[in-house]
Ligand binder design. Structure first.
Ligand SMILES: N[C@H](CCC[C@H](N)C(=O)O)C(=O)O
Length: 314
């Protein structure tokens, strides 16, 4: 089969186009063992009611309900396939609007994607704690007495903590708790994506330990959820929020209308190359690069231009 290697903010995936298959979890685990750069598999298959259906599988084989960085890459793939600039993509919990946007920088394609539905109900993550129905900007005593955490589903599950530079620069605290939450624990029966957010002069910085993957360069749903939480906490204003991450920067548009939220994630959708995967491949070359693009150098020029924005983190 042919696979496209793509990334959104360096959150890197193989993209498979074709009919649904039973073995996507196993395929994802095999591909992750052959290419440690990838954070999962995106699948694009026919939809009865939209331009295409997207599914996302983490490198541990688990399927998630949404992937923001991945949806930008799928949006580009489907728009270019159909010769359109706006599309509707079926995902596990919602049909989401996507659109091509002006290039972020020369040679860096940009797409905007709707992030929805949003819920602060703990039952929607799920999260169980102290018989609470919501948990917003409060410390979780079993983790830390200081960090204000918010639990939100977009619709995959996120726990967002606002932290200072020191904790942001020492990921061991976040890693310990994320590993606990994604194992046998009394709080998150399906695991959770754990993000630490640090305010910047302009925008926020977000680092995420992704459920089913581990630390990634960026997690699109986490960055959008973090931007929403930062607006609600008064750290940034509603509207366009610049969200920096180890893999680059995205823009999150956060609008609130009487407790209803409209979220949009805009950022790069980069193609790295076309690969051939032959599961029965002998002499070990099951996965072979057949055509490389030149988009990564353009993306790295973009990263260079924005590197000053996070200098204050030290
Ligand atoms: N690890 C996530 C799925 C991938 C989401 C992330 N890559 C994104 O861009 O939103 C989860 O299990 O909910």
């Amino acid at each position: 089969m042919e696979l496209l290697k793509v990334h959104g903010s360096m959150n890197t995936f193989f993209l498979y186009e074709g009919d649904d298959r039973e073995d996507f979890p196993q395929l994802t685990k095999r591909l992750a063992s052959l290419d440690p750069e990838i954070d999962g598999l995106l699948t694009v298959s026919p939809s009865k009611r939209t331009h295409a259906k997207m599914r996302v599988f983490n490198t541990d084989g688990s399927e998630a309900s949404m992937c923001g960085n991945g949806l930008r890459c799928v949006a580009r793939f489907v728009c270019e396939r159909e010769g359109i600039e706006q599309a509707l993509i079926e995902t596990m919990k919602a049909d989401l609007a996507v659109q091509k946007e002006p290039e972020i920088d020369a040679g860096v394609e940009m797409y905007g994607v709707e992030i929805s539905p949003v819920s602060f109900q703990l039952s929607d993550l799920p999260m169980a704690y102290d018989q609470q129905t919501e948990w917003q900007q409060q410390a979780l005593p079993f983790i830390d007495a200081e960090i204000p955490f918010t639990a939100v589903a977009v619709p995959n599950p996120h726990l967002i903590g606002i932290v200072g530079k020191d904790l942001q620069k020492d990921p061991s605290h976040q890693e310990k708790w994320a590993a606990y939450f994604n194992g046998d624990n009394p709080y998150f029966s399906d695991g959770v994506n754990l993000s630490y957010v640090t305010p910047l002069k302009e925008g926020i910085f977000v680092r995420t330990y992704e459920r089913g993957v581990g630390f990634t360069d960026a997690c699109g749903t986490a960055m959008t959820a973090s931007a929403l939480v930062s607006c609600l906490a008064g750290i940034v204003s509603f509207g366009d929020v610049s969200v920096y991450n180890p893999g680059g920067m995205v823009n999150c548009s956060i609008k609130s209308d009487g407790g209803e939220y409209q979220l949009k994630l805009s950022g790069n959708a980069s193609y790295l190359g076309v690969y051939r995967f032959d599961a029965t491949g002998d002499d070990g070359n099951e996965l072979e690069l057949i055509k490389q693009t030149d988009e990564q150098s353009a993306y790295e020029r973009f990263i260079e231009k924005i590197s000053g924005a996070t200098a204050e983190l030290g």
